[in-house]
Design a protein around this ligand. Structure first.
Ligand code: SF4
Length: 369
């Protein structure tokens, strides 16, 4: 992993504890005279017990606890609202310190739940089918703000149906914010902390090739790629990132992506009637993916107000799946959930407050078309 950045602080200068790696927390505690055991208890308090206030934390010296209260903060986000759709999907709206609203979506399964989290406020990638794209990019989330979405959701809902899967498919292009996202994946998978299986933490990208390579080298997370087209012409139009990193470059990065045994890259393919769902697309898609260990998730487009794009019929989606399978491509259909709360794929897009300031970025917007 690259060198650690200085810890994020709030406007009062307090350190955001969930922005620290376990090693950085140990060093921070050590610098204040605390023992490694105290650091381990604080780490467990943050992630195992999901405490909102470390004053409740047993076994930590009172002086260290006082310094924690003075110099550090537990939660980086404030929960603003929870909206539940008829199918049990819950949209969690969080407020950042600077007044922006970001969203996570909790999708319950039979025994476990998946949490879809955001990595940026808005998004710069401009994908044609996506509601979030209409916000533009308002700023990056910090590691603490990314991790906090999972901690607060687990605190609220985790015991009845544990959150065992986390997908970076909410607002933002995670690989446009790798300096915050990659450390967050380590905290999510830390066995002493949130202890998510690295097979169940998935970072989804629109196709930022250099950052895909960095993710493969530096993160335990799985990779998902939003492909959505089988020619450069269509993908250039649907996903402007393709003009910088066309299909050949993207597929080359997928071929080189390091995979563990039995692991596969997830290829997301949003089906848009008349645009990328034709017989030729099936043939080309099977050809493009040949030699890549992957599985395809088909998602019927979920229309949003003002979009001219159309959803194909369910029968057509089933036929597309059957034809891909016939060509040896592992293919599943992903049901969109939470339509009622506007929490299905590509629909995370509540506008930030009109006066919410844009955050300064430390990274250039390398792939913005
Ligand atoms: S689909 Fe993803 S990468 Fe594309 S604009 Fe929407 S949030 Fe950004």
């Amino acid at each position: 992993m690259g060198g650690e950045r200085p810890p994020a602080r709030d406007a009062d200068g307090r350190i955001l504890l969930k922005g620290l790696s376990r090693e950085a927390l140990r060093a921070w505690v050590d610098a204040r005279g605390g023992s490694p055991q105290a650091a381990a208890r604080i780490w467990a308090g943050l992630y195992r017990h999901r405490l909102a206030d470390l004053a409740e934390l047993p076994g930590v010296d009172p002086e260290l606890r006082r310094r924690l209260a003075d110099e550090a903060r537990v939660d980086a986000l404030t929960l603003d609202e929870v909206r539940e759709a008829a199918d049990g999907t819950r949209k969690l709206v969080f407020r950042t310190d600077d007044g922006a609203l970001i969203e996570s979506v909790l999708i319950p399964g039979d025994r476990r739940a998946t949490l879809c989290i955001s990595s940026q406020i808005g998004c710069a990638m401009g994908c044609h089918f996506c509601l979030t794209a209409k916000l533009g990019l308002r700023g990056d989330l910090s590691t603490a703000e990314i991790v906090d979405q999972v901690v607060i959701a687990r605190r609220l809902f985790g015991d009845a149906r544990p959150i065992s899967n986390v997908v970076f498919m909410g607002m933002g292009e995670p690989l446009h914010n790798p300096d915050a996202v990659i450390p967050a994946t380590h905290t999510l998978c830390d066995p002493e902390g949130l202890d998510l299986s690295s097979r169940r933490v998935t970072v989804s990208t629109s196709g930022l090739v250099p950052a895909i390579e960095r993710l493969g080298a530096e993160s335990p997370a799985r990779l998902a790629v939003s492909l959505n087209a089988t020619t450069d012409a269509v993908r250039d139009w649907l996903m402007p990132v393709n003009r910088k990193y066309p299909l050949a470059a993207l597929l080359g990065a997928l071929r080189r992506f390091p995979l563990r045994a039995r692991d596969r890259i997830v290829i997301e393919y949003v089906l848009l009637a008349g645009i990328n769902d034709q017989a030729d697309d099936i043939e080309r898609l099977a050809g493009l993916l040949r030699g890549i260990a992957c599985k395809v998730n088909l998602i019927a487009f979920n229309p949003h107000p003002g979009s001219e794009l159309r959803r194909p019929s369910d029968a057509h989606v089933l036929e597309f799946q059957a034809e891909l399978r016939r060509r040896g491509v592992a293919t599943a259909i992903r049901r969109t959930r939470g339509d009622e709360a506007m929490a299905a794929c590509g629909q995370l897009g509540r506008a930030p407050a009109a006066d919410a300031p844009r955050r300064r970025r430390s990274l250039p917007i390398a792939a913005t078309p």
